[in-house]
Design a protein around this ligand. Sequence first.
Ligand code: ADP
Ligand code: ZN
Length: 596
Amino acid sequence: MAKHTILKKTFGYSEFRGNQGAIIDHILDGNDALVIMPTGGGKSLCYQIPALINEGLAIIVSPLIALMNDQVAALQQLDVNAATLHSNISDTETRQIFADIQEGKLKLLYVSPEKLMSDGFLKYLVNQKISLFGIDEAHCVSIWGNDFRPEYVKLSALRNTFSAVPIIALTATADHATQQDILRQLAIPNAKTFLSSFERKNITTRAKSGQKRMEQIENFVKIHPNESGIVYCLSRKSTEKVAESLEAKGFQAAAYHAGLDPSTRRRVQDDFQNDTVKIVCATIAFGMGIDKPNIRWVIHYNMPKNIEGYYQEIGRAGRDGDPAETLLFSSWGDFLMLKKFIDESPNKDFKTVQLAKLDRMWQFATAASCRTNMVLNYFGEFVNNNCGHCDNCLHPPTFIDGTVFSQMALSGIIRTREQVGINLLIDILRASYKQEIRMKGYDQLKTYGVGRNISFQHWQHYITQMINQGIIRIDYTDHSKLKTTPLSSPVLKKEVAIKLTEFVSQKEQKEREKKIKKEVNFSNIDSALVARLKKWRTHLARTQRVPPYVIFNDRTINFIASAKPSTSDDLIAIDGIGPVKLEKYGEAVIEIVTSK
Ligand code: ADP
Ligand code: ZN
């Protein structure tokens, strides 16, 4: 069968995305490939379709059991004969798998690298008809990647043992050094590299300063009811704190971190996958093994330590291609804490690199221009367009003349002889009655109270920008006190003007978000119908013991609830419904749509 027929008939999709078609052709011609695609880009189809077209068995290597189980469950929903072999598979199941291979019935087998490279198994495969090898998370083979796994290194034997079987390596890691290393480690020097853009157009990227984060998160969750989301925190304690405050406000949330016992961790992960828990507050340990396509938002309660980590974490949102929201909080506190971690490292080179990465992260968090541009350029995909889906593109910040504010701040720094940090400086400018101020005589300074008409939050927002523009410097070697720089004096002498972005209050922000939320919704969606469909899906998923989205993902549910199909022809036109699912669920769906 041709690849388009399988796309439609088996997967229910009408068009290939990005490079998918070209990659499939390349594999069908018997070649090796390295596929670099961001999370949610659609890597799986690149090997699944050739596996279904070619004769024989496709072997897919993956490091994560949860991911393998998910993929197999999804394929079985489509009546594709797929299975997985790993430590949790029973003997009976294993026997069935080998019987199916023997009869030539099995099309895809997912295995861990250890299992594949175990002596007996590889020898066994030599005598079978193998259609292709898919190496998922291929960056694990390289020490340059961010998740090196020694057991992956042995995979180099594949090319020598199976000289005629195509190998397709797939990863969402962009870095050039890692790409070269994958080709070398897997002994596939002639593999063609297919590089997709890392831009995730369906993800809206926002960053805000981290004042009153909890209140901001509650407001955010309120306008995203019933949506799955992750709040990433830096410490275990804050995951629990955030989960508790959300629960106290009546939202369903759970904490997840490496300190919890394995059964609790498992339960949280399962509940999240099955949509019974909507919000997980987690350390970055959470998410690696999660393939959930309908994560609608990701919030960073604290700033991550680099852009790689940040981008990977927000990338878990919106894998189904539907609109997703991300929100990054950052503050000086976050920056200093991360810096402290890095400073503790004894390795000087490591420190230098990590500090530079942290600086870029901070620039990103406080940028006033297109954030997508910043990320893509960081990964070496050089662009300079305004993306249209970050906060700075959607609502270009308003600039104000900040020269006088800058002079006030600088004069405060100079008159205190560069002995105050950001908070104390603001207190002085705002004429606070703090004891420390009176004791040190700061209330006698000429600058005391000159900025009292400006709120504390406004001042924080402005001074952060002054630091980013280099007219003020933070001295980390001296308790983070503020100091002047060579760029300060021209400002004080009024030789240059300083532009600052205006602070957006929480209330204004809330209004904006409500408006955006409306913009991205399906036009005439029937939300009562969505609820009925989801209830039916949950019930079905429980009986079949699979995650709900392998039955229909949210995108498909939304399509149904806006198109309201009443015949099989209507149904088959919907993205995500092919003949197999039509046969399985068509009648039930039509009944739900047509009943009141
Ligand atoms: P990745 O492994 O690259 O993160 P997946 O292979 O899991 O991404 O695909 C992400 C989602 O996109 C899945 O729900 C998948 O079914 C869907 N998808 C993939 N290709 C297409 C396509 N051509 N049209 C519509 N949906 C697609
Ligand atoms: Zn942008």
